[in-house]
Design a protein around this ligand. Sequence first.
Ligand SMILES: [Zn+2]
Length: 199
Amino acid sequence: MDLTHLEALKQRLDNTPPNALRDDLWAHLCCEQAYLAIKAGNYGVGAVLVNEEDELVCVARNQVFLQDAAELSEPRSGYQSQRHAEMELLDRLETEFAHLDRRELTLYVSLEPCLMCSGRILLSGIGRVRYLTADKAGGFISHLHGLPPAWKNLASGVEVEEALIQGYWRNFAHDCVEQSAAQMREKVVQAWKGESEKG
Ligand SMILES: [Zn+2]
């Protein structure tokens, strides 16, 4: 994403409307994470985990490209296909917050979860998912009908809905992905070929 777009997103984050709807607060945090992901050269998707008292548990963001993980000690490929925001969030849940009852948790994410993340969410035991903006092209979690029986059974335990938020946040979440989509696809194809993104 070019700097103008990034700066525009920053300005929008600095001039947010007051919270008015149920999920606005969490939408704000998701969008902050999405912004940080973009800033680090990743897909603009952010996620937050909230407990039954409506308190923050943890946050995460897309990190498929490793600019955001410069602290890594061992050399790895520059692309890690699994590091979507939801996957990072569930990694944190299962390592740092393993004592929490999953059924009481709500996962907020700026973009409707993909096929991979929908599967992981079902396996994680999370009770509720609320996404800021639907993903008509790649979203999977609104298409859980027609799954094989064991998955259908898992899906019956999860409540999935669009977040109750102002249009401001829905647009922001949408723009975070939309504006960088083409560029990100290029980076992924390059990684598939085994090329680094240098040059
Ligand atoms: Zn995903």
